[in-house]
Design a protein around this ligand. Structure first.
Ligand code: PEP
Ligand code: MG
Length: 325
């Protein structure tokens, strides 16, 4: 609205009692980037790189990837850009990679598992990312690029991905970039205290974390309404992850769809999530809302939500938001 344009758009996302939240965006294409800033986003919390070359029939070259990322950072400057390495498989096939049929693609070779089985592809992607960071640094711009690995289920996977990224960074003498993981497999949330020691940041993928926690296919037409991110089981995994991050001084974000739901955004911030990554179109509503509430009240309410037994109870608790103002 015009009021947002004139008033809050360029203000920080800060509660009435001064608690700051990073409000960033999920994007899939360079052309999405101007909308991040136009809507008042602080940066990009999730670049879904598997969509960058969706229509291409050949694997993207390093140069093509560099060009796409350069276009994005040219718009963002030093702002945060979390580049997620290719999360191919499951619900996201690409035309340039033939994947064997699987009984259960969501439980199969997807995300980091697929990258490890296509090492040249993974290394090319990492090289493109570091080259763009180097290009920024050469211009005196401090890169805001972060690298994030999808579908991490074990410490061994994280350590292998980190080692591969570091090898490229060293070979190119490129800037060191923060490295983090998606927390979207229950095992990663349950072991968050171990991960938090080693990673630079944790970003909760609530779409997959909901599906894997409840064992409900996120694409299933009959289960869509039951695969519900209000479920306290999911909230407890999120709370565990936040506590682990806080204990080790690492930021914890949420980049799944739940972060764009006004009630759940309040709940997540109340649990201590410090970054919400949502689509650019949702930024004005969430920023306006978070600027109207009191953090200490968000915290109290979130603790009450954690103790509830069912999603419906959490929904009922948040049906009235006046106690947050
Ligand atoms: C998620 O799983 O919540 C997420 C952000 O990743 P994607 O939706 O791309 O799987
Ligand atoms: Mg996911």
């Amino acid at each position: 609205s015009q009021a947002y344009e004139l008033g809050q758009k360029d203000q920080p996302t800060e509660t009435l009692d001064g608690h700051r939240v990073e409000l960033v965006c999920n994007i899939a294409q360079p052309s999405d980037t101007p909308g991040v800033l136009a809507n008042g986003g602080d940066g990009v919390g999730l670049l879904r790189t598997e969509f960058l070359f969706e229509s291409s029939t050949l694997e993207p070259t390093i140069e093509e990837q560099v060009a796409a990322l350069t276009e994005i950072v040219s718009c963002l400057g030093e702002r945060q850009l979390v580049v997620r390495t290719a999360d191919i498989g499951g619900d996201k096939p690409v035309s340039w990679l033939t994947m064997p049929a699987e009984e259960n693609p969501f439980l199969g070779v997807r995300g980091i598992r697929l990258s490890f089985r296509n090492e040249a592809m993974f290394n090319n992607q990492l090289e493109a990312i570091y080259r763009v960071a180097q290009w920024q640094a050469d211009q005196g711009i401090s890169p805001g690029i972060h690298i994030m690995f999808p579908m991490i289920a074990t410490l061994a996977e994280w350590r292998k991905a980190r080692a591969m990224a570091e090898a490229i960074q060293i070979r190119l003498a490129a800037p060191i970039l923060p490295l983090g993981i998606m927390v979207e497999v229950p095992s990663a949330a349950l072991l968050a205290d171990h991960f938090a020691r080693e990673v630079d940041f944790l970003s909760i993928g609530s779409n997959d974390l909901t599906q894997y926690t409840l064992a409900m296919d996120r694409m299933h037409p009959q289960l869509a309404s039951e695969a519900d991110s209000y479920n306290p089981a999911l909230l407890r995994l999120i709370a565990m992850t936040v506590q682990a991050g806080q204990a080790h001084g690492k930021w914890v974000g949420v980049c799944g769809n739940m972060a764009a739901d006004p009630d759940l955004a309040c709940l997540l911030v109340g649990l201590g999530v410090s970054e919400l990554s949502i689509s650019p179109a949702n930024v004005p509503a969430i920023k306006t809302l978070l600027r109207s509430v009191v953090y200490s009240k968000l915290q109290d309410k979130a603790q009450r939500a954690l103790a509830l037994p069912d999603a419906a109870d959490v929904r009922r608790l948040y049906a009235d938001r006046t106690d947050l103002l």
